[in-house]
Design a protein around this ligand. Structure first.
Ligand SMILES: *[C@@H]1O[C@H](CO)[C@@H](O)[C@H](O)[C@H]1NC(C)=O
Ligand SMILES: *[C@@H]1O[C@H](CO)[C@@H](O)[C@H](O)[C@H]1NC(C)=O
Ligand SMILES: *[C@@H]1O[C@H](CO)[C@@H](O)[C@H](O)[C@H]1NC(C)=O
Ligand SMILES: *[C@@H]1O[C@H](CO)[C@@H](O)[C@H](O)[C@H]1NC(C)=O
Ligand SMILES: *[C@@H]1O[C@H](CO)[C@@H](O)[C@H](O)[C@H]1NC(C)=O
Ligand SMILES: *[C@@H]1O[C@H](CO)[C@@H](O)[C@H](O)[C@H]1NC(C)=O
Ligand SMILES: *[C@@H]1O[C@H](CO)[C@@H](O)[C@H](O)[C@H]1NC(C)=O
Ligand SMILES: *[C@@H]1O[C@H](CO)[C@@H](O)[C@H](O)[C@H]1NC(C)=O
Length: 631
């Protein structure tokens, strides 16, 4: 999950909350719902009017088939682009350094004070970061892989209710799991990493998270053993370039870490999906501003700044991205430049930087590195639906908000078309795109990537028009920047938002519509790059929760299986090219300000860093793999 609202105030957080309502018109009825597949005409109702009771000889007759997860078989890896050795001449000026771990207690005096990017400068950056109560985790070096005992790989008893339907997943359907550096790695001041800011007041990072920086081999072993074919993770910019900026040294330990992670995953048959930035902007771009951050209702999408607006950001991000691509493009099939730029690109300049740097990296990847994999960025807003699709004002309001938050990025990058009117009328400080810009941007995503957790049901505001609302960016206008109404309560009064997680159990009901909107609007293959369901607070206080209860996460299984059933309908009934689905998250992790949001397919014991599979992980992998076409 990318980002949660810290404060839930009216309009402020509503886009992240699970408004639902309905996309269908409400049809009122009385009596009980009929069982559609059981009718007298289908001949499957009993003809007797009463049961006939009888005794018989009793014996235990139940049988149980026990399945064990099918692990991945590594196969020879294709080459997805030029190797670093073929392009190293582009990087003749790169210097390399190694910094080790930061020791706040150290009294040693570094001798390299004259060098602006030496040990002394690196330690000074951490000192300036002024971490409070800094601690290290359990691990201080990469933990050796441990085989997963087969007793942990036995599938749970089958779910009683399973989706009906006989459609299958295409042979190359991508099924995988996701995580992000700041949320899982920990080891924030280890092996040369520089400080990063997450755009959240008072929160820089969690110091330990799930310690995946050191536990990645064990994590990957667990993914391979249960059969998760893809692993989506993000690279921490400040591990590669602790000082972030062009002209500063590459940290050899950071580079080595990700090189090893990628190679290890591939050696186990797990395909890497790599994101270049996932809200962990190097601290330098935020100056001191973030410390005095106050939530601004004037920003695009009402989110905190994460540094994209800084005038030095674009070139620096391209520089960093080129280094990472050059080193790893030969082995990585799928690249994501930005995670959810809607979160953190606060103004017109920030969005301009995102679009242009993305397009530059796309051209570098395909034109210079001859990359044969796919590249995109992850949209952080799911398409909304009209609360009542028969009401034209709801439909117009829905078009406005989808244009504002999705077409603003995808018009230029997918279609080479200018910003939509909704964006221009709302973001008065937008940076105009020239015809040359649009030519350069057109077609710079290979697929549509979208993170879908919830759906917003939209209606027109009763007392202010969209255009007069969008023109007024003053703080007095409470409706800016969305300028439409969104809800999580049905017209019948059922709150189908899920307190307190902002995540909706009813999301799968709308998924097919959301996928159809994307596909038919931008006409590119589509991947759900994050989706998931949080259960709140389970297992945080170990004495209060039994491990068995945590691992029996039937609600999550239901969420994923119904989502995947809607994906199958979109593929087969509607002809939508859904390439795959990545589940957030492979593990309960640091959801930016808390560990209470538990999206994991694995539980992580915060005391021991011991992982356990939840039943949903088995259920989803089994659901897809038992339906995967072999031809
Ligand atoms: C390398 O550095 C030199 C001197 O600082 C500079 O003139 C040159 O343009 C740089 N080359 C690249 C490829 O950045
Ligand atoms: C710094 O020293 C204190 C006191 O000895 C110790 O408790 C703490 O763990 C040390 N911090 C680190 C990061 O080593
Ligand atoms: C740091 O630790 C002290 C002592 O345990 C505690 O009172 C304080 O709240 C902690 N500060 C933060 C920001 O966690
Ligand atoms: C922008 O980034 C530069 C580093 O390139 C930094 O020196 C500067 O303080 C940043 N500006 C702001 C306003 O944060
Ligand atoms: C934050 O704001 C306060 C009050 O305006 C000011 O005194 C302080 O210097 C600011 N801090 C930073 C880091 O900008
Ligand atoms: C807010 O609106 C004013 C007046 O239209 C405009 O000059 C200004 O650029 C707007 N601010 C932003 C951040 O768009
Ligand atoms: C607009 O209408 C809503 C309810 O329909 C009301 O809460 C709000 O105060 C009204 N706003 C203005 C500016 O009249
Ligand atoms: C987590 O580990 C601790 C220490 O071994 C143990 O006491 C606790 O019961 C574990 N929590 C759960 C939910 O299993």
């Amino acid at each position: 999950m990318a980002f949660f609202c810290l404060v839930r105030i009216f309009i402020l957080c509503s886009l992240l909350s699970p408004f639902t309502g309905a996309q269908q018109a409400y049809i009122h009825s009385s009596g009980h719902k009929s069982e559609l597949h059981c009718t007298s005409t289908s001949g499957n109702y009993r003809t007797e009017s009463t049961p006939s009771y009888r005794f018989s000889a009793f014996s235990y007759t139940q049988t149980e088939t026990v399945y064990t997860a099918t692990g991945l078989q590594p196969s020879p890896q294709p080459t997805y682009g030029l190797a670093y050795s073929a392009v190293s001449s582009l990087f003749t000026n790169l210097s390399t350094m190694s910094y080790g771990n930061w020791d706040p207690n150290s009294t040693a005096t570094p001798t390299d004070r004259a060098y602006p990017y030496g040990q002394a400068a690196w330690s000074a950056m951490w000192k300036d970061a002024a971490l409070v109560n800094f601690t290290r985790g359990i691990y201080s070096t990469t933990a050796s892989p441990t085989p997963i005992p087969s007793s942990e790989l036995v599938l749970p008893p089958p779910l009683y209710f399973q989706p009906a339907g006989c459609d299958q997943f295409p042979r190359d359907f991508i099924l995988g799991v996701a995580g992000a550096a700041a949320q899982i790695e920990g080891a924030i001041a280890d092996e040369g990493r520089g400080p990063a800011k997450l755009g959240i007041p008072q929160i820089d990072s969690d110091f330990t998270a799930t310690e995946s920086y050191y536990l990645y081999k064990r994590d990957i072993d667990r993914l391979a053993a249960i059969g998760s074919q893809y692993y989506s993770f993000s690279i921490s910019w400040t591990r590669i370039l602790p000082f972030a900026l062009p002209g500063t040294p590459v940290n050899s330990q950071g580079l080595q870490h990700y090189d090893d992670l990628i190679n290890y995953a591939i050696s186990k048959g797990v395909q890497p999906v790599v994101t270049l930035i996932h809200l962990d902007t190097p601290a330098v771009f935020l100056g001191s501003g973030v410390l005095n951050y106050t939530l601004s209702t004037r920003s695009y999408f009402n989110q905190n700044a994460v540094g994209y607006e800084n005038t030095t950001f674009e070139d620096a991000f391209v520089h960093y991205g080129q280094i990472v691509l050059a080193y790893f493009a030969d082995r990585v099939p799928i690249w994501i430049t930005y995670n959810e730029p809607q979160n953190g690109a606060i103004n017109g300049v920030a969005i301009d930087h995102v679009l242009k740097s993305h397009a530059r990296l796309y051209h570098f990847y395909h034109d210079i590195l001859h990359g044969k994999g796919k590249m995109s960025f992850k949209n952080g807003v799911a398409p909304s639906v009209p609360q009542d699709p028969k009401d034209q004002s709801h439909v117009a309001a829905t078009k406005h908000i989808n244009d504002l938050y999705l077409s603003s990025f995808l018009n230029p990058l997918a279609l080479g078309k200018d910003y939509p009117a909704a964006y221009k009328m709302t973001m008065q400080d937008y940076v105009p795109l020239s015809p040359q810009d649009l030519d350069y941007m057109r077609g710079t995503i290979d697929f549509l990537a979208v993170d879908i957790y919830a759906v917003s049901a939209v209606y027109a505001l009763p007392n202010i028009s969209i255009s007069s609302c969008a023109a007024d960016n003053s703080t007095a206008n409470l409706y800016y920047p969305k300028c439409v109404g969104t809800t999580e309560v049905t017209v019948n009064g059922w709150n189908i938002g899920y307190h307190p997680d902002y995540i909706s159990y009813t999301t799968p009901t709308y998924l097919r519509t959301q996928l159809n909107w994307f596909w038919n609007t931008f006409r590119l293959p589509l991947m759900i790059t994050e989706t998931g369901l949080s259960t709140w607070g389970l297992g945080i206080s170990p004495s209060a929760t039994l491990l068995d209860d945590i691992l029996w996460d039937q609600a999550r299984s239901e969420f994923y299986l119904s989502s995947l059933t809607e994906v199958l309908k979109a593929i087969w009934k509607d002809g939508v090219d859904v390439m795959g689905m990545l589940m957030w998250s492979f593990i309960d992790n640091w959801e930016w300000n808390t560990f209470q949001h538990q999206f994991g397919l694995m539980y992580n014991n915060r005391t021991t860093q011991e992982r356990s599979y939840k039943r949903s992980f088995f259920d989803v992998v089994d659901f897809v793999e038992s339906r995967r076409m072999t031809r």
